[in-house]
Write a protein that binds this ligand. Structure first.
Ligand code: HPA
Length: 291
């Protein structure tokens, strides 16, 4: 059993009430989970911050954050709609089960956002794509051996069936919007891909043989996150978009050299401007899509 995972009354507990008072009663137009090194996307004038540990104390007790993950909610009010960022995530490779790792997101989903954008850093499995490019996630392969919906009761407050349909987990209309955004930006147009994301446990990077296996499975990118969050969003019936920053060639692919986290962070840092621009572009369109 992982830290914090046993709350019987999730969504009415003191931590959640504090979180909701901090954010305000209105639902966010968009919740954004910022992956490794993308934290600066939320650095905006007027942003309000709340460390996860202030409302989920076990998060602080669990140990230091992974580099590139601040473990902080950031709220940004704008006339285009409020955005709630999760600046940094918890990972299963930190010794948490999926259910605990998604608790900060479960609080955010209780606010019933219109849509959720989940971002990550990922290794590129295709020789015809390149590090530095972006991939909209069309589908995923869960190799974590775990799910946030595993276990008894409804500890994350989704109030839905545990047998969640994942056939169209990644919203095709949202992907269409993102493609439109790509098309209107010459510098992005040729490097915005669509593909399948495989989630592995890590934290070690893969061997070339493992990467060949993932390629045979149909994966285009590999990472250590995102899938538990997408499953949870679907349990809450939220619309989801997934975006990978392809930070490196996966082991044995292309001109793969040795892999390291600092280089991964450098690449996501470079992609931050594009991700921030996509969010700005999406906001008014989410609203008009809602009609
Ligand atoms: N493998 C797994 N996770 C990753 C990678 C990778 O190559 N790059 C960034 N996250």
């Amino acid at each position: 059993m992982a830290a914090g995972a046993g709350d019987a009354e999730f969504g009415s507990d003191a931590g959640f009430c504090r979180f909701r008072d901090w954010f305000g009663r209105a639902a966010p137009a968009l919740v954004v989970v910022l992956g490794s090194g993308l934290g600066e996307v939320a650095l905006r004038a007027g942003a309000r911050r709340l460390p996860y540990g202030d409302v989920l104390p076990w998060v602080t007790e669990h140990g230091d954050a992974v580099a590139g993950h601040d473990r902080c909610y950031v709220a940004l009010d704008s006339p285009r709609g409020a955005v709630l960022y999760l600046q940094g995530r918890l990972h299963t490779y930190e010794g948490l089960d999926c259910r605990a790792a998604v608790q900060p997101l479960a609080y955010a989903l209780q606010l019933r956002p219109e849509c959720v954008l989940i971002t990550n850093a990922a290794g590129c499995l295709r020789e015809d794509w390149h590090p530095g490019e972006l991939m909209l996630i069309r589908d995923h392969i869960n190799l974590l051996g775990d799910s946030p919906l595993r276990g008894g009761g409804d500890p994350l407050g989704a109030r839905g069936s545990r047998f969640v349909d994942m056939t169209m987990a990644y919203d095709s209309a949202l992907r269409g919007l993102a493609m439109e955004w790509g098309g209107s930006h010459p510098e992005v147009a040729g490097v915005l891909r669509e593909g399948v994301y495989a989630a592995v446990q890590g934290p070690q990077y893969e061997t070339p043989s493992e990467i060949r296996m993932l390629r045979m499975f149909g994966a285009d990118a590999v990472g250590m996150s995102t899938v538990p969050e997408v499953i949870l969003c679907r349990a809450f019936s939220r619309r989801v978009m997934g975006l990978s920053v392809l930070t490196n060639w996966a082991a044995g692919v292309g001109r793969a050299e040795t892999l390291d986290h600092a280089a991964v962070l450098g690449m996501t840092h470079a992609a931050s401007t594009a991700v921030a621009d996509l969010i700005e572009w999406l906001l008014p369109r989410l609203r008009s899509e809602k009609g």
